[in-house]
Design a protein around this ligand. Sequence first.
Ligand SMILES: Cc1cc2nc3c(=O)[nH]c(=O)nc-3n(C[C@H](O)[C@H](O)[C@H](O)COP(=O)(O)OP(=O)(O)OC[C@H]3O[C@@H](n4cnc5c(N)ncnc54)[C@H](O)[C@@H]3O)c2cc1C
Length: 385
Amino acid sequence: MATVLLNEEKQQILNVVKDFCKKEIAPVAMELEHADEYPHDIVEKMKELGFFGFTIPEEHGGIGLDYVTYSLVIEEITRYWMSVSGILNSHLIMAHIVEKYGTEEQKSHYLPRFATGELRGGLALSEADAGTDIQNISTKAVLQGERYVINGTKMWITNARYGNTFILAAKTDLHVTPRYKGISLFIAEKGDGFFVQKDIDKLGYKGIKTCEILFEDYEVTKGTLIGAKEGEGFKQVLGGLELGRVNVAARGVGLARASFEDSIKYTQERRTFGKPIGEHQAIQLKIAEMGTRLEAARLLTQNAAQKLQNGERSDLEAGMAKLFATEAGFKNAEEAMRIHGGYGYTKEFAVERYYRDAPLMLIGEGTNELQKIIISKSLTEKYKI
Ligand SMILES: Cc1cc2nc3c(=O)[nH]c(=O)nc-3n(C[C@H](O)[C@H](O)[C@H](O)COP(=O)(O)OP(=O)(O)OC[C@H]3O[C@@H](n4cnc5c(N)ncnc54)[C@H](O)[C@@H]3O)c2cc1C
């Protein structure tokens, strides 16, 4: 199976994560998932181990993991319970945006607190009428003296219930064209005027809360405007989503692997017509395809992570990795369900969770339809005659 050669230090970090997943996540994932309960204990242990600082540079108090190792870490966590990776992923995109575009004051104030998990949360970008079309947001930020006053409603905000800090996208100019030039990003901590309205009931991705947030005369200081410049938000979101696509691709790999590993075990245990089902050719074909899909997904994800690490432009590779790996997770989850027969459809086996979690990856960090458009444009540019 595809393995990248990690140096001793990185391998040790990965081993800590593997151990953590087996000891802390695997035994409770089913119970918490079905109770739709937030994993408070797991979060506290992740704080102690420094997981909230995985990709935050060491100079700012983080672990400073490179993106390839990080993709393996996310694969590992997702393999055991995707909801836990969701607690880290949007938090680390928030940190990535501050690191990439924040002022020196913002970096030194926020990044060490993000790394310990004292401040943690995610991204408050989407609204009821602005998902793919993020330029359509209507949340407004109006400068009054030294403070911005923000009004609007955000939808689908992961980590909003138990997180405390978010990158908030708002329009500082409602009339400018093109529309994206009116978007600015703020670092928003919970406080007066920040209301978590409700938890959205979802098909999967249980335990982790995804919420609607109302901002009503919510005030932030000028110092929270990322990069201290209005109108840069759209570019900053796109920069953050470079890491977001690697995150989501790695989650696709994690789901593809979970489905594959559970299935290959089951095909050796379950017997029909006097032999293990893995000896029936129809099942063998599925296992071959699932394993191949997993390998290809991991290689594409590592390639995209490496490009990001090198600081190279990686729209094409990240788009391909996100598209392929998440479709691999989706397809392997479906095949795992078929292989497990009736048992796969019950809550006794984890495959029903993979089957509910996988579709979200087709939607998050840019839907796969949008990825195809980005990939096609990049390819046409690359092969221009
Ligand atoms: C569980 C969950 C957690 C989430 N967490 C967060 C979060 O933490 N923070 C946050 O800001 N957002 C979050 N989101 C929102 C998520 O990013 C959006 O759902 C996603 O961007 C899609 O937007 P939409 O749902 O409005 O779909 P739409 O944009 O309405 O898309 C509907 C369909 O139209 C297609 N489509 C749209 N435009 C085009 C086009 N130009 N060309 C071709 N096809 C197109 C799409 O591909 C899709 O198939 C979350 C969503 C979910 C479900």
